[in-house]
Design a binder for this molecule. Structure first.
Ligand SMILES: NC(=O)c1ccc[n+]([C@@H]2O[C@H](COP(=O)([O-])OP(=O)(O)OC[C@H]3O[C@@H](n4cnc5c(N)ncnc54)[C@H](OP(=O)(O)O)[C@@H]3O)[C@@H](O)[C@H]2O)c1
Length: 323
């Protein structure tokens, strides 16, 4: 179960909706534009949760081909209507969700549907960079569209469950409409304020940690594998160090905020010695060295700039830029 989230500015609010809290959207018509895996998951959850759903996809397929023919609500088929074009999908809808590959695609769609929205709020959950999200919001404003930036922070199986987490940014009235209509998505609706760059930057920052961590695990599994240790045998050790990392995050966050690096918890010189050993072990094993070399080199630069008798966290200085 997800819990409340708070930004450093304290502006973020969270609403835990629950996957069965559907009454608010019982008569709501939601259009979903884009039926990739995420668009389908959103449409399924909305239809199962009580919304009337209208869907459209660039490449025409049947509802069954989209995996939307078997959705049930209270034991009966849920109402999902397949529209021939985006304008028909949004006509008369209370809320429009755009869920396509990127912001180039979503902006073109927005231009197509803008004249047909009739005051409906449009939520764009297509992933993009913070600048792309900001530009898309300005584009929507110029078109007179009530526009909310969303970021679905979970994989498709978690949509419609208590573990769903969606971030929203936009004008308060528009976000209120969006979160009410999207109640069937379940879990937590995090409203992060009016800055459209915040949902994507939080989304991508989480994925930054996720992909680097997954690559680090695979690298480590290759390293132990050269000594005949199987991934399964390594797994509990990997999970233990991940727990340790999790416990270290509050201290790292404090370091990145205060920028003093004087707790004495993990000295740079000591950490650098470990990193040299990891690099040597990788070379001995013939495992690619880019990742350990990247971390070691960042530590070396920090040592040159700040000396070895300081917290390793000082590597943040070259990342964070001028104070
Ligand atoms: N899948 C996940 O777990 C997940 C999680 C969080 C966020 N997201 C985000 O959700 C969005 C959709 O992701 P996805 O997983 O459903 O699959 P995707 O492969 O990222 O997007 C596929 C959808 O985008 C449509 N599309 C691509 N280019 C288009 C264009 N120029 N005009 C109109 N439609 C276009 C595709 O239509 P066609 O069928 O015609 O190609 C299809 O409906 C992405 O931005 C993704 O990053 C996905």
């Amino acid at each position: 179960m997800r819990h409340r989230h708070q930004t450093q500015h304290g502006r973020m609010t969270a609403t835990t909706t629950g996957s069965n809290a559907t009454a608010a959207s019982a008569t709501t018509t939601v259009a979903v534009l884009g039926l990739g895996p995420m668009g389908v998951a959103l449409a399924r959850a909305l239809a199962a949760g009580g919304s009337r759903v209208r869907v459209w996809n660039r490449t025409p397929r049947t509802l069954a081909e989209h995996g939307l023919a078997d959705v049930e609500r209270d034991g009966s088929p849920a109402p999902i209507e397949l529209a021939d074009d985006p304008a028909a999908a949004v006509a008369g809808a209370d809320l429009v969700v755009v869920c396509v590959r990127d912001h180039t695609a979503s902006r073109a769609l927005l231009e197509t549907v803008a004249p047909h929205l009739d005051g409906a709020v449009l939520v764009n959950v297509s992933t993009g960079s913070p600048d792309q999200a900001t530009r898309s919001a300005r584009h929507a404003e110029a078109l007179g569209v009530r526009y909310v930036t969303g970021a679905v922070m979970v994989p498709t199986p978690m949509v419609g469950t208590d573990d769903c987490l969606v971030l929203y940014a936009g004008e308060e009235d528009d976000v209120t409409v969006a979160t009410a209509a999207l109640t069937p998505l379940g879990g937590t609706a995090d409203v992060v304020g009016t800055d459209h760059a915040v949902p994507p930057v939080l989304d991508l920052a989480m994925l930054d940690i996720y992909f680097a961590g997954m690559y680090a695990f695979m690298h480590a599994a290759a390293l132990v594998g050269r000594q005949g240790v199987t991934p399964a045998r390594f797994l509990p050790y990997a999970q233990a160090i991940t727990e340790t990392l999790n416990g270290s995050l509050p201290g790292l966050a404090a370091s990145a905020t205060e920028r003093t690096y004087r707790t004495g918890d993990a000295r740079l010189g000591m950490c650098l010695a470990f990193q040299e050993h990891i690099l040597t072990a990788s070379e001995e094993a013939g495992v690619p060295t880019e990742l350990p070399a990247l971390v070691r080199d960042a530590s070396r630069r920090a040592e040159r700039a700040h000396g070895a008798d300081i917290d390793w966290d000082v590597v943040a200085e070259e990342l964070l830029g001028p104070r």
